[in-house]
Design a protein around this ligand. Structure first.
Ligand code: ABC
Ligand code: CA
Length: 474
């Protein structure tokens, strides 16, 4: 994927060990054990229609390289982030042929493969006894590493870049990315990885832990779209990673206000509106950020919020706003896991039910986004306008998609609002459809739309003439 095609992607993030496993494996998967549960690439391949049925066209899988074996004080490396040797694959997930078969199967369904890569560090069971050796593949000498120090102060950027993540149980020895041996290795590695497995996009781990000057060459060598994790809520901190380092960050700045806007009926919507403005001024291109509500590092939104309307409004946000929407596996199954490791549940317990409310809900959101993109070539690249509509709702105008999100909750009484023609761009007597309720409404003689919010549900409108497959099953 290049930037332009990445904008129209919709990504389903899965944890390889937990998404699907061969039917021959039947052991119980206790998330709190932090052990491998048996998920494989071949089993993902068998479940692509389940993902495609929700309208996602891209999958983000866990890091694929060989990790440290055995168990640690923090369990096994089931998540894939504890690199041992980047020149080999993690055999727990399958073989190179299995991974190639996954890539081929995706492409035959017009889907895309995004692989997670960790460049900042490797892993070891102790900081004091860490000895580089040939088991670390290319990184076998002391010169390949920054000397040991823990990151203790996240406001000290030198420390963030050159000291070590992890703790006494699992240390993450920090690679000396300033060494040309190390950076040249990584640049060749990513080029070959993309080519060997025909990858379409890359998710980059721990971006803020490597100096910005490292990234442009790495991104260039990858040659495909990259979405990077800069785990920080401040847009002025994250912005330069897109503007200067050329990695497109996940929208962590919006993530925190997003959760606070919809986690209760008195949530703060203004903070979210203001953040959309800060993001516009802080990033060269907000339409290339990765938008998400859930992921593998944060407690699921549903772990603390139980109101079904609040949950639906929060999940709608990444799909009706600027940026590339990311859905996290298990959201469609109503999973409620909290902090790592509880948010990494096995999906097989859900029986991959395609008739659940949330499965169909994600299909509706993806259909709305797709219809808007098909109707207008500039939908994905034009920036949205977000404004306050009432004390409990916001209006998101990203023509031709016009949405109203509310935090009044499912027990709220009906409330009437008006979407002004000046914001929507609709002309008089235009028929529009709500992709969520499938209700059809018509604008008045001035192009304004009278809308009733019922049970605090989100409203996602598109002109009926542009609806494509929206509501085609109802
Ligand atoms: C293991 C255990 C956990 C245990 C933990 C201490 O150790 O499994 O149960 O709680 C992988 C695994 C994890 C594992 C870790 C460490 O390795 O997935 O299960 O945890 O061994 C990425 C990945 C992540 C991955 C790694 C390591 C990195 O997405 O899955 O973890 O390869 C930092 C990093 C970030 C990293 C994250 C886990 O830790 O920067 O790259 N994620 C502040 C800091 C952030 C920090 C964050 C969390 O805390 O600024 O740098 O992230 O510790 C906002 C502020 C932010 C602030 C947040 C909390 O609040 O603006 O700055 O973030 O308002
Ligand atoms: Ca580093």
């Amino acid at each position: 994927l290049d930037d332009a095609s990445a904008r129209s992607a919709s990504v389903y993030q899965l944890v390889t060990d937990r998404f699907a496993r061969p039917s021959s494996v039947s052991s119980t998967c206790n998330v709190s054990d932090r052990k491998y549960c048996g998920g494989t690439w071949a089993s993902i391949t068998e479940k692509l229609d389940y993902i495609k049925g929700m309208g996602f066209d891209t999958i983000w899988i866990s890091p694929i390289v060989k990790n440290i074996d055995g168990t640690t004080g923090e369990g096994e490396a089931y998540h894939g982030y504890w690199t041992l040797d980047p020149d080999n694959l993690n055999s727990n997930y399958g073989s190179a042929d299995d991974l190639k078969a996954l890539s081929t199967a995706l492409h035959s369904k017009s889907m895309y493969l995004m692989v997670d890569v960790v460049v900042n560090h490797v892993a070891a069971t102790s900081s004091s006894t860490f000895q580089p050796s040939s088991s670390y593949g290319p990184f076998s000498t002391m010169e390949d590493y920054h000397s040991f120090c823990w990151i203790t102060d996240y406001s000290n950027q030198t420390q963030v870049e050159n000291c070590w993540l992890g703790d006494d149980q699992v240390a993450l020895p920090d690679l000396n990315t300033q060494s040309s041996t190390v950076s040249n290795y990584w640049n060749n590695w990513i080029k070959n990885l993309v080519s060997n497995y025909t990858l379409d996009a890359i998710r980059i781990d721990t971006v803020k832990h490597i100096e910005k000057t490292f990234w442009p060459n790495f991104v260039n060598s990858a040659g495909v779209f990259t979405q990077g994790e800069v785990l920080n809520g401040d847009p002025t901190y994250v912005g330069p990673y897109q503007n200067d380092a050329k990695v497109n960050p996940f929208n962590y700045p919006s993530y925190y206000p997003l959760t606070r806007a919809f986690n209760q009926t008195s949530g703060n919507l203004n903070e979210l509106v203001t953040m959309t403005q800060s993001v516009k001024s802080g990033f060269n291109d907000p339409t290339l950020l990765g938008s998400f509500l859930n992921n593998h590092d944060n407690p699921r939104f549903e772990s603390t919020v139980k109101d079904t309307s609040l949950i639906k409004n929060a999940h709608a946000y990444p799909f009706v706003t600027d940026g590339i929407p990311y859905g996290y596996y298990g959201s469609e199954a109503g999973f409620t896991g909290g902090n790592d490791p509880d948010n990494r549940e096995p999906l097989w317990t859900s029986n991959y039910d395609t008739s659940s409310t949330m499965y169909k809900y994600f299909a509706s959101l993806n259909a709305a986004r797709k219809a808007a993109g098909n109707a207008s070539t500039s939908f994905y690249s034009n920036q949205m306008n977000v404004s306050s509509l009432s004390s409990s709702s916001i209006l998101i105008a990203k023509q031709p998609l016009i949405s109203v999100l509310s935090n009044s909750g499912s027990s709220a009484s009906d409330s009437s609002l008006s979407i002004p023609a000046s914001t929507s761009g609709w002309s008089s007597n235009t028929k529009v459809i709500d992709a969520i309720s499938c209700e059809t409404l018509t604008t008045d003689g001035s192009g304004n739309l009278a809308v009733t919010i019922k049970q605090g549900l989100p409203r996602v409108f598109i002109a009926d003439s542009q609806k494509g497959s929206v509501c085609s099953n109802s």
